[in-house]
Structure formats: C-alpha cells, structure tokens
Design a protein around this ligand. Sequence first.
Ligand code: FAD
Length: 501
Amino acid sequence: MPEYDYIVVGAGTAGCVLAARLSQRDDVRVLLTEAGGPARTRAMTVPSAWPENLGSTADWADVTTNQADAGALAYPRGRALGGSGAINAMAHVRGHRSVYDGWAAGGATGWTFADLLPYFRRSERTLGRDARLRGTDGVVPVAPAAEADRHPVASGLFEALRAAGHPVTDDLSGARQEGATWVDLAIAGGQRVSPADAYLRPALARANLRVTTNTLVTRLNVVRGRCTGVTCISGGTSVTAHAAREVILCAGSVGSPQLLMLSGIGPAGHLKAIGIDPVADVAGVGCNLQDHPIAFASYSAEAPLPVSKYNHGEVYAALRSDLAGGHPDLHVFPILFPLAPPGCDAPAAGYALVAAVVGPDSRGSLRLSSSDPQAAPLIDPGFLRDGRDLTRLSAGLTMVRELAAGPELAFARAAELWPGRSVHDDAELRRYVRRTVGSYYHPAGTCRMGTGGDAVVDPQLRVHGVAGLRVADASVLPTIPNAHPNATVLAVAERAAELLG
Ligand SMILES: Cc1cc2nc3c(=O)[nH]c(=O)nc-3n(C[C@H](O)[C@H](O)[C@H](O)COP(=O)(O)OP(=O)(O)OC[C@H]3O[C@@H](n4cnc5c(N)ncnc54)[C@H](O)[C@@H]3O)c2cc1C
C-alpha cells in the first residue's frame, strides 16, 4: 500500500464520518481500513430485519466474562462498512445535556453540550423538530415512527406511561430530555440509513479516498514515539501502510483499546504479563468500560401481534429511579416480538417490556487474552458490580410490570411469562435480575478522554505518550450518555474531523 496522509482504522460509525470528512479536502490522501466486508445486506437495510445481523458474518460475536449470576453474555458488535452502526437498532437520540457538561467538568475541556451542539446538528437531518437544537440539513435523516404505522403495543406502552404519571416529551434530543417519546430512528424511505450509507458510500468515488475491506489491522507501528502507520492482514498477507500525518483509531470500544494494547500502548504490567513489550505505559487503556445493563419481563399473547414496521422498539422513556442524579438513569422500552431470557422458552406470540440502567455506576474493563491479534479480548462490562445498579434495574423492572398490568395494554390479552407470578418480593426480583441481566449493546469509555493518570486521550483526542495517533470513537466518551450512543459518536467524530483540520 502506498503512503497516505491519514489512515482511519475501522469503518464503523465514527470511521465513516472521519473518512468522508477528511477526504472532502482535495489536498489529503485518506485510507480507511475495515476488518469486515463491503456488503449492505438485507438485514442491514430492512429496519425490522436488524436482529438477523446478530450472529451473522457482520458481527464479531464476542462474549463477555461472567456477569452477575447470568454467566457469559453474547456481546455483538458490527464488522462491516458502517460497523455497529450498520447492525444496530437505529435509535438516534442524544444524552441529557448535563452528561456532556459533566465530561467537561471532569477534564474533557471544551466538550460541554454547547460545544457539541454544532456537531450534533451537522450530523442529523430532522423535520418538524426544534431547529434551534436539532439539525435540519445534516447528513443522517432521522424521524420517529409515523403515527399511522405505530405498533399497537408501543402505543399502549406510551399511553400506560402517561396514565401512570410519567413525563412525556415530544423530543428526547430537544429541550425536554426526560419522559416517554417516539424516538428518532435512522430510517428513510423504509430503509436503514447507516453511517456507511449516509457518509461513506456517497464519498467512495473520490480519488483521494481508498477503502480496504476484509483487512484486519494487527498493529499500529510506532517509531521513536511516533505512530507512522499500520500493519494489516489482507488476503492472508501482511501489509504495511504509512501515514504521513496521523493515524485515527475508530475501531470502537472493544477494538480500539485492543489494538492499542497489541501495539504496546497500555498498562505496562498487563502487557508484559502476556508477552508484549510496552511502547507507552498508558494505564487507562481498557479501563472504564461502561455499558447499559438491561432486564426484561416477557409476555405471552393469546394471538399473534402485528410485526413492527420499524425497529421493534419505537417508544422509549427516559425515567428516574430514586438514585438518579442530574438526569434520568433508567430507560423503559418494548421489544415488539416474543422474547424470553436466555435458557427460557419464548412464547409463540407476545412481546417484552425492558428496563435499562442508563446512568450506571458500575465500571468494567477490556483486557487482552493473548498477544495474538486474532484472539478475542476479555470483555468485562462489570454489570451490577455496583449494588446501586441492581437497585435501579430492579426498580425499572417493577415499573414495567406495573405498566403491563394497566388497561392500556389489556387489548393484547397477554400474560406475564417471565419473571412470572411466583416472583413478587424484592429479594426474588433481584435474584431474577442478577440471573437474567443482559446488555443494551452500548459499550463506551475504554480510551477515556481527559486529563489525569487514567486518561488515554487528551481533549484533542491525541493519545498520551504517542505522537501522530488519535482515537475518535465510542471508546473516548468519559462517561456513557444516558441514551443510545450512536448520535453522540457521530457528533464526536464530526468534531474530531474538524480538530484534524
Ligand atoms: C446490536 C446493537 C444494537 C445497537 N443499537 C443501537 C441503537 O439503536 N442506537 C444507538 O445509538 N446505538 C446502538 N448501538 C450502539 C452503537 O451502534 C455504537 O455505540 C456505535 O456504532 C459505536 O461506533 P464506533 O465507531 O465507536 O464503533 P463501531 O461502529 O463498532 O465501529 C468499529 C469498526 O472498527 C472495525 N474494527 C475493529 N477492530 C478492527 C481492526 N483491528 N482492524 C480493522 N477494523 C477493525 C469494526 O469491524 C467496526 O466496523 C447498538 C449496538 C449494537 C451492537
């Protein structure tokens, strides 16, 4: 491979933004390398088919270490053009503004909500939202489920939330970031719009952009403290590409810390223990893994329910547990197909109501299992490690069971299958939550941006201790937003592209 100015590693949500923005400049040559393939499959296109991505060739299909009493959990992440943004559930929503203000207060200087707002707006195209806060001519078209096409169980849940006295908002990314809403989805003309569709595919014809798929980056090359390029495996052969200016790591919250550590950038003790010579002792690499744990109640309906025309969710509520601080710490939403906890039988017809902790106190980690770049890393999201998260999740599950029992969902004639009637006191509910906890699939934070000993990148996203290297993806988020993260990752990547200007 010849020399480039910028090499972007990973064509996921962030990588697509970076490659498209950097290659807008005629004077730079950009290489984007992606481990997955180029296809835009049916499951990546038809919104309701998105669960078919899980376990497909577009999924790294990781598993976690044992979590609470649930054992190892399936932990999907995208491996394709578009990355996790090509296989995800398409919800497009910002975290509460106080989350970003907290980033800045914690050392990520210049990353308040006000600082990020132009980048949020630039990445999205909305219609009928508050134009002072939302983008109207940005890149990714987003909109909520059309009123005529909404799923009856989603509508019932929305009404049940309202009837129970929970707040309602017209836009969780707008002025009132709390309550139940029909959330924006990255769907246009009945098809998913992934970051690859919106950013990358329109840029593919540019002469100064080269995209290589099925190319696994195995190492960042560091010479005398400067990152000079990458080594990859492509078609069974090892190849090297040189970056005259910078390498930008966008391999995600699992891939980015993994690649840093494989290259000798990380906690020196851990690296030595698995036989890697440290290049830069950056203690925070792989620490601070944050994710949203979920638990759900499963309902068996007497007759089949309609199929969602959208993402099998449609309605999301950002609510507060008694432990919430400055913003909602719980999500409540439906899964609009029959579902049972792992190891239990799903009903023939039905749905699930889910509670998620979106302001977790637990922290986990990402570590290497070996120095082999093809070996799966050790992923420990630390679910429920902090007892407050168990309290929150149990409270959320109690909420959804109460909502399901109301008249608004009675039309579905559904009975609670799991946890089931025998689980009613608090101790039993907590045991059920510990046994069935799962992931919302939102890992973040493993290359934390900020200052201080455990920060991995500075507020310009430059890796501490290595020149010519930045990280710009979900891994740099200092704390996980109390929302689905993709909209935030788009904004962070937009900002990163400008920092490189
Ligand atoms: C099943 C699922 C559902 C989700 N639902 C939602 C949702 O509805 N809304 C939302 O906001 N968020 C959702 N998310 C999360 C969201 O998609 C991610 O937070 C976001 O895509 C992260 O972007 P990223 O750029 O950090 O990483 P990714 O998009 O994961 O991109 C990383 C890319 O790097 C590539 N890569 C990794 N290592 C290497 C290597 N060594 N060499 C070459 N390439 C490499 C990967 O193949 C991948 O393409 C979901 C995630 C999943 C998995």
